[in-house]
Design a protein around this ligand. Structure first.
Ligand code: ZN
Length: 506
C-alpha cells in the first residue's frame, strides 16, 4: 500500500468509530431519560431498548473487519510518531477493541439489562429500607462482574479488569497504595480537627432555602464559572449525575432539599465541573479518543476542583456571598461571610458519601473500595454486605448507620453495574489538588481573580492542559506531563491542612 491508502483506511476506521459514538449517544439519552423523566412503569420496556442497543453497540465495537483494519493500521507508517494524533487514535481504539472482543455478546446484553432493571429495584429498596428486595440483584450483578473480569483478563486481580473500564491501565495495587498512604495521614488530621473546641454553626445551612431560589442561584453560579446553558441542561434526579449526549448537549442533574442548602448547591457545582470538561472537549474529534475524557478519575478531578477547591474557598464566597444573601434574604440576611464559610467547611463524620465533607469523604471511598473487592473475590457474601458496611463505618468513621437506606443501599453504583468505579472519586480529589497547585504555580495566586468573579483564567488553563488533550495521555502520564511529577497524596493533604487547621485551630 502507498501512503494515500493508509490515509483512506484511517478515515474509514474513524468513521466507524464516529458512527458507533452516535449510537452510544442514543443509549446515553435513554439513560438520562430513564433517570429523570421516565414513569416507573416504563422500566421494563426501557430495559429492552437498552439491551438491544447494548447488543448493537457491542457488535459494532467488535466488528471483525474493523478489528482487522485497526490491526493493519497499528503496523503502518502512521504510527511513526507515537504522539501524533493518528498514532494516539489508532493505539487507543485498538486497545479498546482488543478488550471488547473478549466479552461475549450474551454477557454484554445481560449486563446492560440487569443494570437497567436492578436500578429500579434499588430505587424502591432504598426508599423502603428493604435490602432483602435488592439482595438477589446484588448477587447477580457481582456474579456477572466476575464473569466479565474472567473474560477480559487481568494482570494481578479480578478487580484490575473492572477498574480498567474507568481508569485505563491502572492497577488495584497502585490505587490501594496511594489510598492507604492518604488514610494514614488523614485519620490523624481528622482527629485533630474533631478534637478542636471550635465548631461552626452549621444550623444556618438548615434554615429555609426555597427550592426555586436554590435552582436560580445554582444556575447563576454554574454559568459564572463557565457552564454553557445553551449547550446544557439542569434537571432533577434521585442520584445526581452529568451525562453528555453529544457535542453541545451536556445534561446535569441535582436534587433539592429546602433545609439543606449545601446538597443541591455543591451538587450543581460538582456536576457543572464535569460539564465544563465535556464542553471543553474537542468537537472535531467527537467519538474518537482525542475528543474523549482520559479517565473517570480525571473527570472527577474537574468536578471536585470546582466543587471543593474553588467552590468551598473563601475567595469564591467573597464574590458570591452577597449574591447568596440576595437570593436567600431570610436565611442569610443576618449571617456573616466568615460564619457561612466555616459552616460550609464543617468536618463531621457522616453516613452519606455525597454529603460528606472534603476531609472525611475519602474514607467513604476506601470503605466501598475494600467492600467491592471482597464481594468480587467472594470473600464477602452479598447477604453479609450490610453488616460489613456498618462495621467499616464504625471502624473508619466512628458511626453506625441506623438503617440500610443510610448504609449499604445509599449509592446507585452497584445496581448500575458500576463496580470498580468508586476509587475514581478519591483519585479525582488527589488529581484535583495536584492540578490546582500547578495552575497556581503557573498563573499566580488565583484568589484575587475569584474574589472578582473571574474564573476564566483557571478554566482556560484546564481547557488547554486537560480538556483539549482528550486521551492523548493516560491519566498517570497526563498528571506527570502537566504537573511535572507523579500522582501524590501530598497536595491533597497540604490543601486540607491549609484550609481546616486555620478554621479549627485559630
Ligand atoms: Zn462526579
Amino acid at each position: 500500500m502507498n501512503s494515500p491508502d493508509w490515509q483512506a483506511l484511517y478515515e474509514q476506521v474513524c468513521n466507524h468509530a464516529r458512527q458507533t459514538a452516535v449510537l452510544a449517544s442514543i443509549e446515553a439519552l435513554l439513560g438520562w431519560d430513564e433517570r429523570t423523566m421516565m414513569p416507573p412503569q416504563g422500566a421494563q420496556y426501557r430495559a429492552e431498548q437498552i439491551r438491544l442497543l447494548a447488543g448493537l453497540l457491542h457488535s459494532r465495537r467488535t466488528d471483525p473487519q474493523w478489528g482487522e483494519q485497526l490491526a493493519r493500521l497499528a503496523e503502518s507508517p502512521l504510527m511513526a510518531d507515537p504522539l501524533s494524533d493518528q498514532a494516539v487514535t489508532i493505539r487507543r481504539l485498538k486497545r479498546q477493541y482488543d478488550k471488547d472482543v473478549r466479552l461475549p455478546q450474551r454477557l454484554v446484553e445481560e449486563l446492560a439489562q440487569t443494570a437497567s432493571l436492578a436500578q429500579h429495584v434499588w430505587q424502591q429498596a432504598r426508599r423502603n429500607n428493604d435490602f432483602k428486595a435488592f439482595l438477589p440483584w446484588l448477587e447477580k450483578t457481582f456474579q456477572l462482574k466476575r464473569e466479565q473480569a474472567e473474560a477480559v483478563g487481568y494482570p494481578e486481580c479480578r478487580y484490575d479488569a473492572l477498574l480498567d473500564d474507568f481508569e485505563p491501565e491502572t492497577r488495584t495495587s497502585q490505587v490501594a497504595q496511594v489510598l492507604i498512604e492518604l488514610r494514614d495521614r488523614l485519620v490523624p488530621l481528622i482527629g485533630r480537627i474533631l478534637g478542636s473546641r471550635r465548631k461552626p454553626d452549621s444550623s444556618l445551612l438548615r434554615r429555609y432555602y426555597p427550592r426555586q431560589a436554590q435552582e436560580a442561584f445554582g444556575r447563576q453560579v454554574a454559568e459564572t464559572i463557565g457552564f454553557d446553558f445553551t449547550a446544557g441542561r439542569l434537571d432533577v434526579t434521585v442520584h445526581p449525575f452529568c451525562s453528555s449526549i453529544g457535542p453541545r448537549d451536556c445534561r446535569i442533574t441535582t436534587r433539592y432539599n429546602e433545609h439543606r442548602f449545601q446538597d443541591a448547591f455543591f451538587g450543581i457545582l460538582h456536576e457543572a465541573g464535569h460539564g465544563l470538561y465535556d464542553q471543553g472537549l474537542r468537537e472535531d474529534q467527537y467519538g474518537l479518543p482525542l475528543g474523549e475524557a482520559v479517565s473517570l478519575g480525571i473527570h472527577e478531578s474537574q468536578s471536585r476542583l470546582w466543587e471543593n477547591v474553588v467552590g468551598r474557598s473563601l475567595a469564591f464566597w467573597r464574590y458570591f456571598f452577597p449574591k447568596a444573601q440576595e437570593f436567600f434574604p431570610q436565611a442569610l440576611g443576618d449571617v456573616s461571610l466568615e460564619a457561612f464559610y466555616f459552616a460550609i467547611n464543617e468536618v463531621r463524620p457522616s453516613l452519606i458519601r455525597v454529603e460528606a465533607d472534603e476531609a472525611t469523604y475519602n474514607l467513604h471511598i476506601l470503605i466501598r473500595f475494600e467492600l467491592e473487592q471482597a464481594l468480587l473475590e467472594g470473600d464477602l457474601r452479598a447477604a453479609d454486605a450490610p453488616g460489613a458496611w456498618n462495621e467499616k463505618y464504625r471502624q473508619y468513621l466512628g458511626i453506625t448507620p441506623p438503617d440500610d437506606t443510610q448504609g449499604v443501599l445509599q449509592d446507585i453504583h452497584w445496581s448500575a453495574g458500576l463496580v470498580g468505579y468508586f476509587p475514581t472519586y478519591a483519585l479525582g480529589n488527589l488529581y484535583a489538588t495536584q492540578l490546582f497547585q500547578q495552575a497556581q504555580a503557573e498563573l499566580g495566586d488565583l484568589s484575587e481573580a475569584f474574589e472578582r468573579g473571574e474564573f476564566r483564567p483557571l478554566l482556560d488553563w484546564l481547557r488547554t492542559k486537560i480538556h483539549q488533550q482528550g486521551q492523548r495521555y493516560l491519566a498517570p502520564e497526563l498528571i506527570q506531563q502537566v504537573t511535572g511529577r507523579p500522582l501524590s497524596s501530598q497536595p491533597l493533604l497540604e490543601h486540607l491542612e491549609a484550609k481546616f487547621l486555620p478554621l479549627y485551630e485559630s
